[in-house]
Design a protein around this ligand. Sequence first.
Ligand SMILES: [Fe+2]
Length: 281
Amino acid sequence: MTPPRKISRRKLIHSSVALASTVAIGQLAGDNEWIEVTHHKLQLPNWRVSKLRAAIISDVHIYSELDIDRGLRAVKLAVEENPDLILMPGDFLSSSGGVDIVRLRKFLAGVAATGIPSFASMGNHDARAGQPIWIIKEFNNSMTKMLINDFSEFQDVVIAGLDDAIYGKPMPKPLFEGEFRPYPKDRPTILLCHEPDYAADLDFGISLVVSGHTHGGQICMPFGLPIHLPRLGKNYVSGWYPNEKTPMYVSRGIGMVGLPFRTFCRPEVAILDIEPLPQPI
Ligand SMILES: [Fe+2]
């Protein structure tokens, strides 16, 4: 049996200094509050409806007034892009902060004030925050449609949402193959699923999956190299993945958990222009 490798004191000091330097440089850059609006043209093979512009706001992680302010700035940036709809694939709360209904209400009121149709799914922090039923009630009283193993629609597009894959009970098979599905299977469908590694295994003819969860790594080395990634968020870190079973966009999100900062990993409002894949002549 191979004896466990010892980490030398010098190596430990070097690693600690490297991590501290990374954090310091990232903080000087002000990554926490420097929201980036990214633009992506998504050409989908089974998108048989007109073009759609979706704004993605994920992982707001409302814990303090600063988080509310950041989340509402993200909403404002999204509105400036004139999207048709806003998609929010989970983690509105921070499990360490419990269920802060008042702050959640304030954020959802900001989303409602835009007048733009919005749809959401649960994240692991929402499911773990203690009382998902309170969260659901709050969404029921808002203009944002919370989809927990459920469907809705926007124009000719079906919007679906799964329960959280870590602390909830996602039910993709009954949702997409069940006899109660109220929409034809060939209708273009966007699925909100918080954890990308879980969503990547789904193959139900879904047009597009929108995920969050990873925060893009949140604390990264230069060039956005993640130091740590969460469970079910290790394989699909951020950005556009067109060649999976289901094409998938993974947002870096807006907020933070654990250590309250980001380095080399700016918060993101993603603007997705979704259109059909051009057919060969
Ligand atoms: Fe998150």
